[in-house]
Ligand binder design. Structure first.
Ligand code: BOM
Length: 141
């Protein structure tokens, strides 16, 4: 659900602070990570892909081939309140997007495409959080 996703997004977003420098993601592109979910924000910048890789690596959510680590992602999502109702769906949506962009060799370019696909599909599935929902739970993490 979108409510559960807001918790995952709030926690995941905290890792951006540690990844700003190495990813080169300027605050002019994305000031706070949770704005990723804003209707107005376009998921297109290569630096965002680099930042997502860095952030995911901090949480050991990626394999050596820079694809999602299914078991770790499943367990990560399950660790949030009611996470068990979201974990399988989230892993399925991300994996489905990975398959569509598998041939892009540059990791940052590929991951930003996967992230844009995931945002789109999460909206279609009715599990995309609104920015205000994430802001409401940010202080818990
Ligand atoms: O193929 C690499 C897959 C990398 C997955 C990263 C996608 C994350 C999208 C960004 C938004 C995330 C908010 C919450 C979910 C955390 C995984």
């Amino acid at each position: 659900t979108a409510e559960v996703m807001s918790h995952v997004a709030a926690h995941f977003g905290k890792a951006l602070n540690e990844c700003r420098e190495e990813s080169g993601l300027s605050p002019n592109i994305l000031e706070e990570f949770h704005h990723f979910w804003s209707e107005d924000f376009e998921v297109v910048h290569r630096e965002l892909g680099c930042a997502l890789i860095c952030m995911s690596n901090k949480l050991t959510l990626l394999q050596d081939d820079v694809r999602m680590h299914h078991l770790n992602m499943h367990d990560y999502v399950k660790s949030f309140p009611k996470g068990d109702v979201l974990s399988a769906k989230l892993v399925e949506l991300i994996h489905n997007c990975e398959k569509q962009y598998n041939e892009i060799p540059d990791d940052c370019d590929r991951v930003v495409k996967v992230a844009a696909c995931f945002k789109d599909d999460a909206k279609k599935a009715g599990i995309a959080p609104e920015v205000a929902m994430i802001e409401a739970v940010l202080e818990q993490y």
